[in-house]
Design a binder for this molecule. Structure first.
Ligand code: ZN
Ligand code: ZN
Length: 349
C-alpha cells in the first residue's frame, strides 16, 4: 500500500515529504486512515538521534487516531469505519509472562515501537503517525469512544497513558494526595487524570508563574519548589508524586514531601540522576520508581475512562507543512500543552 508522510532523512535535516509503502494487511491486521497525530517530545529526540541508534528515513509519531479503512480476514474486534487509535507500541512477543499479564510495554523480548523500530517478522523499519495510513496488528489497535473530540484524543496515547498508568498502579482515588512536578504535555495530563480520579492535586514548580494554569487544570494548589518555607510545610503531605520533568534535575528536595510508604515515580527520561541520599527513603519506607507507558488493556481502560469523564488534553492543532516550526516551538516549551497534526493537511507535493 503506497502512502505519504513526513520524514527526517538524517539527524540534522528538517522534516519533509516522503513517499513509502505500508505492508499489505495480513489476516490479523487493521489498516487505518490517520486523522490526527500528536507531537511528542520524544519525536524530536529520536529524529535528532539524541538517544543513539536512530533509523533513517524516520517517520515520527506515536499518538495516532484514525478510522479503520480495511481489516484482515481474522479481525473480529474492528470493522471498517471504526474510530481507533495506536500508541507507542505496535507489537510484542505475545507469549512471555509480561505479555500474558497485559504488560506488553514490559515484554521480556522487547516491544516493537511504532516508529524508529523494526517489524518483528520482516525486520523492515517501522514508520509512525506523521503519515496518511498505518497498518497494525489488531492486538495493538485501541477503540476510541465516539463522544470524545477526535481532534484532541491523540495525545492520550502517549502523554495520557504515561500518566494514567502510575496513578492506577499506585491506587490513586478519592482523597489521595498527588503531587505533579512539571506542567508540560505529561504534567497537565497527570493533573487532569488525578483530578478525575478524585485526588487532591498539587502542582510543583520552580516558579510561581504557573499557578493560574495549575488551578485552571483542576489542581488545588501550586507548590513553589524553590521556596524553602513552602517545601518544609509540605513535609509528609503526599501519597504519590509524579515527576514529569524530562531533563536532569535534583529529586532530593521532593523526597521529604512523601508520606510514609509514599512513592515518587519518574515518567520523564532524566538519565544520570547524580548523587542521592538514602536517609529519606529509610526514614519513612519511601520509594522511588519509574514507569513507562502502559499495557494495551490499561490503555483501553484509560481511553474508556477519558470518554466517561471527558478528560482530554489541551491541544493546538497544526498543519503538516508547519511541523518544523511547531518542533522549534516545542523545543522551547512554547505550547499549551500538546501539538496535534491535522492529517487532512498532508497532501502529495
Ligand atoms: Zn511519546
Ligand atoms: Zn512478551
Amino acid at each position: 500500500m503506497q502512502t505519504i508522510g513526513y520524514a527526517a532523512q538524517s539527524a540534522t535535516s528538517p522534516l519533509g515529504g516522503f513517499s513509502f509503502e505500508r505492508r499489505k494487511p495480513n489476516p490479523n491486521d487493521v489498516a487505518i486512515d490517520i486523522l490526527y497525530c500528536g507531537v511528542c517530545h520524544s519525536d524530536l529526540h529520536q529524529a535528532h538521534d539524541d538517544w543513539g541508534g536512530s533509523i533513517y528515513p524516520m517517520v515520527p509519531g506515536h499518538e495516532i487516531v484514525g478510522r479503520v479503512s480495511a481489516v484482515g480476514g481474522d479481525v473480529e474486534r474492528f470493522a471498517v469505519g471504526d474510530l481507533v487509535a495506536v500508541g507507542c507500541i505496535v507489537d510484542s512477543c505475545q507469549h512471555c509472562d509480561q505479555c500474558h499479564a497485559g504488560e506488553e510495554q514490559l515484554c521480556r523480548e522487547g516491544v516493537t515501537v511504532t516508529y524508529n523500530g523494526r517489524e518483528r517478522a520482516s525486520g523492515n523499519p517501522t514508520y509512525g503517525g506523521y503519515s496518511q495510513h498505518i497498518v497494525v496488528r489488531q492486538e495493538f489497535v485501541l477503540s476510541v469512544p465516539e463522544n470524545l473530540d477526535v481532534a484532541r484524543v491523540a495525545p492520550l496515547l502517549c502523554a495520557g497513558i504515561t500518566t494514567y498508568s502510575p496513578l492506577r498502579h499506585w491506587g490513586i482515588g478519592p482523597g489521595s494526595r498527588v503531587g505533579v512536578i512539571g506542567l508540560g504535555g505529561l504534567g497537565h495530563m497527570a493533573v487532569k487524570f488525578a483530578v478525575a480520579l478524585g485526588a487532591h492535586v498539587t502542582v510543583m514548580s520552580r516558579t510561581p508563574d504557573k499557578e493560574e494554569d495549575a488551578l485552571a487544570l483542576g489542581a488545588e494548589a501550586l507548590l513553589v519548589s524553590t521556596d524553602d518555607a513552602q517545601m518544609a510545610e509540605a513535609a509528609n503531605a503526599f501519597d504519590l508524586i509524579i515527576d514529569t520533568v524530562p531533563v536532569k534535575h535534583d529529586i532530593k528536595p521532593y523526597m521529604p514531601l512523601l508520606d510514609i510508604e509514599g512513592t515518587l515515580v519518574i515518567v520523564g527520561q532524566i538519565g544520570d540522576m547524580g548523587d542521592f541520599n538514602s536517609l529519606p527513603l529509610l526514614m519513612g519506607r519511601r520509594k522511588i520508581s519509574g514507569s513507562p507507558i502502559g499495557g494495551i488493556a490499561e490503555t483501553q481502560e484509560m481511553l474508556d475512562f477519558a470518554g466517561r469523564m471527558n478528560v482530554l488534553p489541551d491541544c493546538e492543532t497544526v498543519a503538516m507543512p508547519d511541523i518544523n516550526a511547531a518542533w522549534d516551538r516545542l523545543a522551547k516549551g512554547d505550547v499549551r500543552y500538546r501539538f496535534v497534526i491535522d492529517m487532512a493537511t498532508l497532501t502529495a507535493e
